[in-house]
Structures are given as C-alpha cells and as structure tokens.
Design a protein around this ligand. Structure first.
Ligand code: PLP
Length: 445
C-alpha cells in the first residue's frame, strides 16, 4: 500500500476537512463508514452536498467534474430539468399507490420499443434484484440449475453471482455464501468459446449470464465475434442467453449493447439508466420466458411452477415517471452520438496525458465509458498481471485534489458533459499523474 504520508494524501487531507469530520462520525454508526463497497477510500471519502449537470460539489466547497454519474445511472447528467419536473409532478400526485398504474405500462412499452430482446418486461428495484430474477426465470423455464458466469463479470451482490468477480477468481467476492450456492455457478475465463462449449456439453446448464461489452463495464472487453459465437452455441444447446445490460443498457445505444453489437439475447437485465437515475430495474426478454411469471389459472402451475416475485417499490410511480422522461429523451440516439464523441476525445486526451507525464499505461474503452490502466491495453502482454490497487487508489485521491471525481479506473460520460469539462478533466488527470510520479509511486514499473 502506498504510504499515507505521501504528498498527494497530505493535500487531500488539507482540502477536505469537513469530509474527514463526517467520516469520523460515520465510522461510529456505519460499518467501515460507507454504504457501498465502491465508496471505501483511504484516508476517507468525500461527502457530496449537491450536483448539477456534469458537476458536483462537496461539503468543503470543492467542485468536481463528475464521472461517477450516479454509478452510471445518470446518462442525462444530474438534475436534468425534464426528469426533475417529472419527479416533482408525480410526487405531488402520489409516491405509491399500492396498485397498478398507467406509468408502469408506458415504461414497459418504452423498453419493448427500444431493447431488441424485450418482448415483455418485469420490474424490480436494483440490478442485483434483476439478475437474481433473471436466473430464477431461466432455471424454472429449463428445469436445470447450473449457470455459466465469467471471470471478472459483475452482476450485483446476491449469493448467486458472487463467485469469480475479482482475482483471485477462486475466492468469492463475499464471505457468508454457502458452498452449495457457489457450486451452482460454472466459471469460465472470458472470450474463450471452447471453454464455454465444454461447459454447455454437460447438459445441466440453464443459462449463461454476461456483461456483453466485457466484465466490469468493459474492463476486459469482449473480443469481436464472441457474442455471435455465444448466441449460436446457446441456441444449439437450448440454454438461455442473458445479457446483463445494467451498465450498457441505453448507454451503448438506445437499444443497449445488443443493438450496438447486433446480437439479441433471450433475456436482458436492466437498471441504472432504465429508471432515469432513480432506483429501479427491469428484466425483459422473450415472451415464453417472462410468461413463467404470469398466473395461468392452473392451480398446479400457479402454485409450484410459476416464478414468484414481489417487491414493495417495484415500478413505483415516482421512479416510473423519471424513467419515462429519460427513455423518451434517449430514444433517438442523438445524445449517444454526442456522448460517444466525447468518449473518443477523452480517451485520446488521457492517453496523451499519460505519455506526457511519463506514466506507464494507457486509456481504452468504448462508447461513453473510459478506462485508465497502468497495466496497458487489453489483449497485450502485461494486461493480465495483478492490478496495482494502491496506484488506482492514489489516483482517485490525486484526481479529487484536481477537481475530477471518478472511480479509480473507469468513468461514465454523460450526454451533458461539455468540451470545457473534457479539457479540464485531461488537465486534471495530467496534474494528478505528475503528482503521483513526484510521490515516487511509479518507480521500477
Ligand atoms: C453489470 C452490472 N450488473 C448488476 C449490477 C448491480 O446493480 P445494482 O447496484 O443496481 O444492484 C451492476 C452494478 O453496478 C452492474 O454493473
């Protein structure tokens, strides 16, 4: 671990005294002081007070260009006026009817219009719930239990998908999960069609689930042609192909990564952008699969073969209103053209900044996502070596000192980031890289 007495960390402490004080209070009542593992940060995280468009401001008055963007949920930026209006109007009419309502029908119709695989839709409240439900549907439909999951792919935090998320892949992401549950997953390296073929040959596989653009927002991108191969393999073996588009849905294109890559899965899980930046998620897919959830009036099917799902806040009116406002705005793809162009500019600019600062590594990514890698490019020698977690951690601190908030190694660009934001971000990264280099952390790399 990098020494916490580094200059970068000293500056961080000096710039964020109110965040430091809040963190001390938080540690007394919240385990580890944070409410999402991704917010764990040394010496302490920043506490944010407000946000607008592509920016946010912390309790110490620091202004950041934001690339967390609600963990990827805010493709239209913070507080888009149409989304705010939709939320306010609906909140005044009722936040929860405990009943069916028209907005959920309109929301489902919009999803079926945009997402190629979506013949029917069922709502949940988070991506974690959506992948949990999708696997349940696949198992009930096929009568098989095993699911193929790929090393490095993230599908939320429920027991059924915690295996092989981060290296070493034989250690699950979380303690407290029974072996009998972990055993239901068959694990495969990504981009290895022969390995998948062998697993499907066992005959007990219900589904394959994957992030179609590659694990963890494309950190290890899917190689060209692989999705097509998976599609034909799953058709041949009668296995349900599930694209987890919690990140890529409505971001890679209005129709998600499946539209972008031209491969239609059997089922798709959606969250984040699908609910317009509010909590919400969906499972969509083929009618025959989703129909496993419908009451048929047959007592045996309804009681023992049907897939059950409840959820107090599923498709609540406020989230539905925000979702509709958002999906209507992203439907024609014009915002994607802009965000993707900014993505190209930022990726090129950051790669140059790394070179200028004499820092090892590069930048890559697709659409409106960028990755910064000290290990180099996917597919090239060295990329698979263990990541230097300490460097990524220090980079976050150094970026926050220079007006950029971004996950340690990747960021999500919104349709409202400006050219000035991109320029400021490249300058902020370059300064951060130089300050890290001055701390001596790249020596020997
Ligand atoms: C691909 C993918 N699937 C599932 C999830 C889980 O979604 P949530 O955090 O809404 O539970 C995430 C979260 O980032 C994700 O990136």
């Amino acid at each position: 671990m990098t020494s916490v007495s580094s200059k970068v960390v000293e500056t961080y402490r000096a710039l964020h005294p109110k965040s430091a004080a809040l963190y001390e209070r938080a540690r007394g009542v919240i385990p580890g002081g944070v409410t999402h593992d991704g917010r764990h940060m040394k010496p302490f995280p920043v506490y944010v007070e407000r946000a607008l468009g592509s920016h946010k401001w912390d309790v110490d008055g620091q202004d950041y260009v934001d690339y967390w963007m609600g963990h990827g949920a805010l493709f239209l930026g913070h507080c888009h006026p149409k989304v705010v209006k939709a939320i306010q109007e609906q909140a005044a009419k009722g936040t929860h009817f405990g009943a069916s309502h028209e907005l959920e029908v309109r929301w489902a119709e919009l999803i079926t219009k945009l997402i190629p695989s979506a013949q029917m839709v069922r709502f949940a409240m988070s991506g974690t719930e959506a992948t949990h439900l999708a696997l349940r549907i696949a198992r009930a439909y096929t009568g098989r239990n095993k699911v193929v999951k790929f090393h490095g792919h993230f599908h939320g935090w429920h027991d059924g998908v915690v295996a092989a998320v981060n290296p070493p892949y034989d250690v699950p992401m979380s303690a407290g999960v029974p072996e009998s549950v972990l055993d239901q997953l068959l694990l495969s390296p990504p981009n290895d069609i022969k390995a998948v073929d062998a697993l499907l040959g066992r005959g007990d596989v219900a589904a394959i689930i994957l992030e179609p653009a590659g694990g963890q927002s494309g950190t290890t991108p899917t190689i060209p042609g692989y999705l097509q191969e998976l599609r034909s393999l799953t058709e041949r073996h009668n296995v349900v192909l599930i694209f987890d588009e919690v990140i890529t849905g409505f971001r890679y294109a209005p129709g998600g990564a499946q539209a972008y890559f031209g491969v239609t899965p059997d089922m798709t899980t959606l969250a984040k952008i699908v609910a317009g930046g509010l909590p919400g998620a969906a499972v969509c897919g083929k009618k025959e699969l989703l129909s496993m959830m419908a009451h048929r009036g047959d007592p045996v099917f309804d009681r023992s073969q049907r897939v059950a799902q409840n959820g107090t806040f599923n498709s609540n009116p406020v989230c539905s209103a925000a979702a509709i406002a958002t999906l209507e705005m992203v439907a024609d793809g014009s915002l994607h053209a802009r965000a993707n162009k900014l993505g190209d500019e930022l990726r090129a600019g950051l790669s140059d900044a790394m070179k200028r600062a004499g820092v090892p590594g590069t930048t890559f990514g697709e659409a409106s996502i960028f990755h910064v890698s000290f290990e180099g490019k996917p597919g090239l020698a060295g990329f698979d070596r263990p990541r230097r977690g300490d460097l990524y951690h220090l980079l976050r601190c150094a970026l926050l000192n220079n007006g950029v908030d971004c996950s340690s190694h990747h960021g999500w660009i919104s349709a409202v980031h400006s050219d000035a934001d991109i320029e400021r971000t490249i300058a902020g990264y370059e300064k951060a890289f130089r300050e890290m280099a001055a701390d001596g952390v790249f020596k020997g790399m």
